[in-house]
Design a protein around this ligand. Structure first.
Ligand code: AGP
Length: 591
């Protein structure tokens, strides 16, 4: 995700900002830029690539400026699309985090009024709006401009002619760092920790004005105070936003990811063009690892809801048994967009005449170049090797896709969207309740083997739970359809092998309870992942991890978040290298 920094003080702004941007590199980015305000002129440097490769810049000895790391959303990664963005007269510079939903309309209106746009970004409209609304006072111009925006933002701006920095936030973080005679605005405290540990977190609707004589925060035009907090973190921890591991931070970002995806793809209907699926006779999903599990869940949903035959193939096996595919839609799922096996399988599918849709989290990745169509998961960069928030984002795309392909009646669609909108809050409740999951994780940390089971969508959900557990805790964990246990794995049951069961309250429920009875009778510790309104399940198991009640079709989402936490806390108890498990890489670029 993008990172913002603004500085006003007594040090060279280009140095402070470059260092701050380097501190935020972990967030992931594809391009970056800095503007320093040299009084009569804005000196700007913008480029794609890594800041790490750059020495200190020389943009003049100005002590006020802004900087940004960009993770492309509107417009490809390029020097031009990198922030800061300027107005027509190059007098105002703006950096922005978030998404301006109505930017196309604003851009059209501003263009008609004579504003000339240099980039494809949504952010640039903010610079032009400030220019339009400027009457000698930057904060008033920003305030008026913000009133025209729909969407989310953390924005920082500076203009020539005055030593002033203005910033505002709405649904995107912005923190004020308060030093001795110097001030910082940043999306992340890592950027300022080197200089100060006194910070104030801005709230939605806040607008801050910084000059040499201090700062003032207003909300809706009214002056407000925000508590100054003393940061307890060292630099190392802060790079993970205060979380001990990126994985935990990324799990905690899930409610926000779901909200962002709702903003992007859902209003009173689902905005996903599925014309690419016209006339197809089958769908084949191609993927690896966690993305493969997302695909398996997709099979259940699409076959059930859209009545289209679906196959799911390991990308690494696909090239050994493919058939002609003129009427096949191949859907490649890959978080990174760079997984070699998936890329190769997609190329193979294309050569056999398939239409190729790619679901990925990385704009501009290799998979997007093979695809006929791309749907982005918009989860932001994921640093931890274990896929967490990106898996949930993949599932969300799959739900939306299944729903669009099935063409539900308007009242069903309304019900689906209403349920969807409740998900961020429900996931947040799982996170808020994670101490209970931690207690179960502490118990599981004492075992060497585990079996995960499920039925229906609970089965691939269990597979993913087992993968998460094995990759970060190094405990051997296998996923099985609950009905398969009797056909072999039963031999493993006993006091040394706990069983984690995904219990879904749908047509699989009763038979699943029977299976749990059978498992329990063989002496295994049984942990159920179940919904909070299900007291019945407690009678069949030893421990229950409860999640908020959702429509049963959505349990793969809620159960997966709970099982990500379960794996995390188990691995944490053991003391594993959670973010970088041995032998694994985030992006697997060899076959
Ligand atoms: C899961 O936690 C792993 N990181 C791994 O299984 C991953 O999902 C797999 O390597 C596929 O990666 P991709 O989604 O980037 O293609």
């Amino acid at each position: 995700m993008c990172g913002i920094i603004g500085y006003l003080g007594y040090r060279r702004a280009d140095e402070v900002i470059t260092r701050g941007l380097k501190r935020m590199e972990y967030r992931g980015y594809d391009s970056w830029g800095i503007a320093v305000n040299n009084g009569g002129v804005l000196n700007v440097h913008k480029c794609t690539g890594s800041i790490g490769d750059t020495g200190m810049l020389d943009l003049g000895d100005s002590t006020i400026g802004i900087g940004h790391t960009r993770w492309a959303t509107h417009g490809k990664p390029s020097d031009t699309n990198a922030h800061p963005h300027l107005d027509c007269k190059r007098e105002i510079a703006v950096v922005h985090n978030g998404i301006i939903e109505n930017f196309l309309l604003l851009r059209e209106e501003l263009s008609e009024e004579g504003h000339i746009f240099a980039s494809e970004t949504d952010t640039e409209v903010i610079a032009h709006l400030i220019e339009k609304n400027f009457d000698g006072n930057l904060e008033n111009a920003l305030l008026r401009s913000l009133k025209e925006l729909k969407g989310s933002y953390a924005v920082v701006a500076t203009g020539i002619g005055e030593r002033k920095l203005v910033g505002a936030r709405y649904k995107s973080p912005l923190v004020l760092g308060i030093g001795d005679g110097e001030y910082f605005l940043a999306s992340d405290v890592t950027a300022v920790l080197e200089y100060t540990s006194r910070v104030a977190y801005l709230e939605d609707g806040d607008l801050v004005t910084i000059t040499d004589s201090g700062y003032e925060i207003t909300n809706n035009g009214v002056s407000v105070e925000r508590e100054i907090e003393l940061l307890p973190w060292d630099l190392d921890a802060a790079e993970k936003g205060g979380y001990e591991h990126f994985m935990l931070k990324e799990i905690h970002e899930i409610p926000r990811v779901v909200e962002d995806m709702l903003l992007e793809y859902v209003s009173d209907t689902i905005h996903l063009d599925v014309s690419f699926a016209a006339g197809i006779s089958e769908i084949i999903f191609l993927a690896c690892g966690t993305s493969y599990h997302a695909a398996l869940i997709g099979k259940y949903l699409i076959e059930e809801e859209a009545n289209i035959p679906v196959r799911v193939e390991y990308a690494s096996e696909f090239n050994y048994h493919r058939t002609p595919m003129e009427r096949t839609l191949v859907i490649g799922i890959t978080q990174s967009g760079e997984t070699a096996d998936t890329l190769e399988a997609l190329r193979g599918a294309r050569s056999f005449g398939a239409r190729v849709l790619v679901i990925t989290n990385v704009l501009g990745s290799s998979a997007t170049r093979i695809a006929d169509e791309v749907i982005f998961t918009r989860a932001g960069p994921e640093i931890g090797v274990a896929a967490t928030k990106t898996f949930i984002a993949q599932l969300i795309v799959i739900y939306l896709l299944a729903s669009r392909l099935s063409m539900p009646a308007p009242d069903e669609m309304e019900k689906f969207i209403t349920e969807f909108r409740m998900l961020p809050e429900k996931v947040q409740r799982i996170l808020d309740d994670s101490e209970k999951i931690q207690r179960v994780g502490n118990i599981l940390a004492g075992y060497d083997n585990m079996i995960y089971i499920g039925r229906g969508t609970g089965f691939p959900t269990a597979l993913e739970g087992a993968l998460k557990m094995k990759e970060i805790s190094y405990i051997h964990a296998e996923g099985y359809p609950a009905g398969e246990l009797k056909h072999g794995p039963f031999a493993l049951l006993g006091a040394k092998t706990p069983v984690v069961a995904c219990v879904v309250k749908d047509k699989t429920y009763d038979i699943m309870l029977n299976n749990l009875k059978e498992v329990k009778a063989r002496g295994s510790l049984v942990v159920a992942i179940a919904e909070e309104d299900d007291p019945e399940v407690e009678k069949y198991v030893d421990l229950v991890v409860t999640t908020p009640t959702v429509e049963s079709v959505f349990t793969p989402l809620t159960y997966s978040v709970a099982m990500q936490l379960l794996a995390y806390y188990t691995a944490a108890r053991i003391g594993c290298a959670i973010d970088k498990p041995r032998n694994l890489a985030k992006s697997v670029t060899v076959e």
